[in-house]
Design a protein. Structure first.
Lengths: 285, 284
């Protein structure tokens, strides 16, 4: 029996039945509020094209249809949009981890540098993307990275979000690796980089996997930079915004369902990371 | 361990991130200052700044940009702590499952979450349909009607609900680390659940809660997508969306950069003051 269970049994005033009823009512409300809206998006995505918008709306469409999907494939180059979003997220993740994890490892070994680096990483988290994106577009235009067909400018912008994040995660993870491990590898003739690659990196692979997922989603979900930098070669989030503002909820919802596919897995991963302290600690044997 | 050669290598590893930081965060800000405060001939000028700071749209956005963090953070703190205490005392082994359910609004991409909320709250939306079914067509409400306090409230509520799970998770994690013996001792002394929550648990979770809320206040101050997607720029302008408006629709680069800089430096100033205040409190 848990502490909480015992506490509630010894608690006072309302009867046990009444309290249990209240708990279930609260949980039912939570379930409704959090689960119904995402299901509405799915419902909207698979509704037939010409569904009358008149009130009151029905909870379920008359029949299911792939009309919105077919329309997007035909008119919006849907596969190209998905491909661009995926590519930007993958490139951002690869670069952020390839640069951030070595830097985070270095920061652990050089205290002075570590202090500066973690502070700068936190500071860059405070800068609002919009405030940076507006002047950044002016700098990207002359070098041809603005609205780039392969989203190279957007990768750079997302890197400014993902890299500090990766550095902070790496810094927290490498701090937990016992110094003697690398020390003994060095004694056995390993170079510093060898010690990083063979000893330190394998012992933080849990955090590495977590960082990979989180940075990927950071880029996949990002809206403000994408809105300003990819004006015509749009990624999925700004495209959803455009359809929403034109009132085309069917198309917006179809794209939203596409966006949910990678996000669905993360809810469990994220929760595990946050609660098991891997975000601040990393795996320890 | 600190050989000269290794130090040099470590600085090398940090060089690329540092370069990127300078190139894509500091340089843009410098460029923004140049664009905002010089004219075509390269002379310093306050003309765009005066134009922006006198613009009624910008003035309204300032008000909302300060109102939203205050209300939103208060709501998140209240709801987050209440839910954490409820989960802690009221739910036993099933806690993990319900925590996952509570996390849904944060786990879905922001734009998808906002789309779901638009589907629910718009005039021809699902909430009004529900009210119609229950009370007839007169029962429908203009949840997102521009110019009404209700619309502002709905936008803030939508923003707060998305991040309440973060407060919930942090507070719940802090609660779960409180040693069992503290609760045991309080119970032996005859403390009620309410007293245990207020007198024993609250002081212990306060540090974690304050850090979470400070980060959330920063996020709420630079809120962008929520009011933009739900009601548009003009109905509820905030600093970010007004800067976006100048850039994309008014095509006024100088004004956009003035707004962006106002936002960035207000944030840096507020953060600096908060850090200073925390330091002074800790040392006194």
């Amino acid at each position: 029996m848990s502490a909480a269970g015992r506490a509630s049994r010894r608690g006072m005033a309302p009867s046990r039945g009444a309290r249990r009823g209240l708990t279930w009512a609260g949980l039912a409300l939570l379930l409704l509020v959090n689960c119904i809206p995402p299901l509405l998006v799915v419902r909207q995505a698979f509704a037939p094209l010409g569904e009358p918008p008149g009130m009151p709306l029905r909870l379920l469409p008359g029949r299911l249809s792939l009309g919105h999907l077919a329309q997007l494939l035909e008119t919006q180059n849907l596969l190209g949009r998905i491909g661009l979003s995926l590519w930007v997220a993958v490139a951002t993740t690869a670069l952020a981890l390839a640069l951030g994890f070595p830097a985070g490892w270095g920061a652990v070994h050089l205290r002075r540098l570590g202090d500066v680096m973690t502070r700068l990483s936190l500071a860059s988290r405070i800068l609002p993307p919009i405030a940076v994106a507006i002047p950044l577009t002016a700098l990207l235009i002359p070098v041809g990275l603005y609205d780039h067909p392969f989203g190279l400018g957007l990768v750079v912008a997302h890197l400014t979000l993902g890299l500090p994040f990766a550095i902070l995660l790496a810094y927290a993870a490498f701090r937990e690796v016992p110094g003697e491990l690398e020390e003994s590898a060095r004694v056995d003739g390993c170079t510093p980089l060898g010690a990083f690659w063979r000893i330190a990196l394998p012992s933080v692979r849990g955090s590495l996997a977590g960082a990979m997922i989180l940075v990927f989603l950071l880029s996949w979900d990002e809206f403000a930079y994408a809105l300003l930098i990819q004006l015509t070669n749009r990624t999925l989030p700004p495209l959803i915004y455009y359809f929403t503002s034109y009132g085309d909820m069917g198309s917006a919802s179809t794209l939203a369902v596409v966006m949910l596919v990678p996000a669905a897995g993360v809810i469990f991963v994220l929760q595990g990371l946050l609660t098991r302290g891997a975000l601040t600690g990393g795996v320890k044997e | 361990m600190k050989h000269w050669a290794q130090q040099r290598m470590i600085y090398g590893l940090a060089a690329v991130p540092a370069l990127l930081f300078l190139l894509f965060q500091i340089w843009p800000l410098g460029h923004a200052i140049q664009t905002a405060f010089t004219n075509e001939t390269g002379q310093w000028t306050l003309e765009p700044a005066r134009r922006v700071w006198g613009d009624p749209l910008f003035r309204r956005s300032l008000g909302y940009s300060f109102l939203i963090p205050v209300v939103s953070v208060a709501l998140e703190a209240g709801a987050g702590v209440a839910m954490a205490l409820w989960f802690y005392f009221g739910l036993g082994r099933a806690r993990g499952f319900w925590r996952t359910i509570a996390l849904i609004p944060f786990a879905v991409p922001e734009i998808v979450y906002l789309l779901t909320m638009k589907l629910v709250f718009r005039q021809n939306g699902y909430l009004n349909s529900l009210l119609w079914h229950v009370g007839g067509s007169e029962a429908t409400v203009g949840w997102l009607e521009p110019g009404t306090p209700l619309m502002v409230g709905v936008v803030i509520l939508v923003d707060a609900w998305r991040v309440t799970p973060i407060v919930l998770l942090i507070v719940l994690a802090a609660l779960e680390q409180v040693p069992e013996s503290y609760l045991e001792a309080a119970r032996i002394d005859g403390a009620s659940v309410g007293q245990i929550a207020w007198r024993i648990l609250m002081p212990l979770i306060l540090p974690a809660l304050l850090v979470a809320l400070a980060l959330r206040a920063v996020d709420a101050f630079r809120i962008f997508a929520t009011p933009l997607v739900l009601v548009g720029i003009d109905a509820l302008p905030v600093l970010t969306s007004v800067a976006y408006h100048y850039q994309e629709f008014a095509r006024d680069g100088a004004a956009a950069n003035v707004a962006a800089l106002t936002l960035a430096f207000t944030l840096l100033l507020l953060t600096g003051l908060t850090l200073l205040g925390m330091k002074r409190r800790r040392s006194s």
